[in-house]
Design a binder for this molecule. Structure first.
Ligand SMILES: [Zn+2]
Length: 447
């Protein structure tokens, strides 16, 4: 039996009021709350599915990266760039419209090449019951994503080429300087402009006043004031069956978002842990740190792109019919170099993200561990439920984790929160911390 503290936060870490639930009507969170979690475990049947899903996803993800690079390399090799440039210049004399033609066509080719893999990815998500999104809605989302990417890429590419034309040697530095406010504006706009195009959001307190006030109390007991206007519920259940929560936005748009699946199926102590993890991202300024880290990668990436593009043009420019980097015809080459560098920087970005995630877990254990001795179990239960629902594979290859895991594997995270129990009582579990990453990677996209 857990000991319960008095006060507003007590309910968070005490058993749920004993509802007359029969075992058949227990939510997944309530069912797991009846067990004592000592490690991340799956039944043999779940394990089989988790392993199959893991293999499929790894294959899909590397196939998609390889395909993107191959298509761009083919565009360079087959001199698609010069043809695009001729077409764009024939259609308009205005640079912005030329950029629109060039960017849209390159993107269209890439999107169509990737479409079969994307379709297969959704088919897998449906087959494993991770998604309930119909094909029509999925295709509409796919179309919207492509449109948004094009609308963002056109002015960015237009500006980039203006810089290359003005300063053929230093363009990469000026582009990097311009990328800082652009990235900040995108992070600011994402939750208020882009995300609502795909999902519905409402203040958590509108439909879950009790949960909202519990979480408010939890934040307050951690010395934080997170206004209820900054805690949102996302209507994820229209599309997904998995659980998630995340922090997004900066400045006035900064917010914590809880998926409605999480709010529906997990117990309040489990959600309390997840919320504390997100509070960790929030108060440890992980979004700002993430932006700074991405900028650092971009600085190196743009410098390298400039060097590599110069070398490529000198050696192969004649064969590829590429005269100067300042011509629209170089776009497939620039995109190829940037994509290749992004692919090879994945281990660094993943390591940084895992560091932030560990810091947020640590923060959450410190916060919740102070309030109740049962906190570690609630945390471990939350991970167990998340893992079972998304068929998270318990023992991924260390090389894969190194390369692409934005979060530590669940088995590790459960071990961590359970081992933090003893430290919690002395309040020494907190690490310096660090993002915008969700507790679990969302089912959609590359968040
Ligand atoms: Zn996180």
């Amino acid at each position: 039996m857990r000991e319960c503290r008095e006060g507003a936060t007590a309910l968070l870490f005490c058993p749920m009021p004993t509802a007359p639930n029969s075992p058949q009507t227990l939510t997944p969170g309530e069912a797991v709350a009846r067990q004592t979690i000592t490690a991340y475990t799956l039944t043999p049947e779940q394990m089989e599915r988790a392993h199959a899903l893991y293999r499929t996803r790894v294959t899909l993800s590397f196939a998609s990266a390889l395909l993107g690079l191959t298509v761009l390399a083919a565009l360079v090799w087959w001199r698609f760039g010069p043809r695009l440039q001729r077409l764009a210049e024939r259609l308009s004399r205005r640079r912005l419209l030329q950029a629109a033609v060039v960017v849209s066509l390159v993107q269209l080719v890439l999107a169509l090449a990737q479409l079969p893999l994307s379709l297969y990815g959704h088919r897998v998500a449906l087959a494993y019951g991770l998604s309930v999104q119909g094909w029509g809605s999925w295709l509409a989302d796919w179309g919207k994503s492509q449109l948004i990417m094009a609308l963002l890429a056109i002015p960015i590419v237009w500006g980039l080429y203006a810089l290359i034309r003005r300063s053929p040697r230093r363009w990469w530095l000026y582009a990097w300087l311009c990328s800082l406010p652009v990235a900040a504006a995108l992070v600011f706009a994402a939750p208020v402009v882009i995300d609502p195009l795909f999902q519905r959001f409402e203040p958590l307190s509108d439909s879950h006043p009790e949960l909202a006030s519990e979480l408010q109390g939890l934040a307050r007991s951690a010395g934080l004031e997170i206004p209820s206007s900054r805690v949102f519920l996302m209507n994820a259940s229209e599309k997904y069956t998995t659980y998630n929560a995340y922090v997004t936005g900066i400045g006035a748009s900064k917010r914590i978002v809880v998926w409605d699946t999480t709010a529906r199926d997990l117990t309040i102590p489990q959600i309390g842990f997840i919320f504390s993890h997100e509070m960790g991202h929030y108060v440890l300024h992980h979004i700002y740190l993430g932006l700074a880290f991405t900028s650092l990668l971009l600085f190196v990436g743009l410098w390298l792109t400039n060097r590599l593009a110069d070398a490529a043009l000198r050696r192969e420019g004649a064969r590829w019919r590429l005269g100067s980097l300042a011509d629209w015809s170089s776009l497939p080459l620039l995109a190829l170099l940037l994509s290749a560098l992004a692919f090879f920087s994945s281990p660094a970005a993943s390591a940084f993200s895992r560091w932030e995630e560990r810091a947020a877990d640590s923060y959450a254990m410190t916060i919740t561990g102070r309030l109740t001795p049962g906190a570690a179990q609630a945390a471990a239960q939350a991970f167990q439920v998340l893992g079972e629902r998304s068929y998270s594979y318990p023992s991924p290859s260390p090389l894969l984790v190194f390369w692409s895991y934005s979060h530590p594997p669940l088995a590790q995270r459960i071990r961590f929160v359970l081992s933090a129990t003893s430290k919690d009582s002395t309040g020494s579990a907190e690490e310096p911390g660090s993002g915008q990453e969700p507790v679990q990677p969302p089912a959609r996209g590359s968040d």
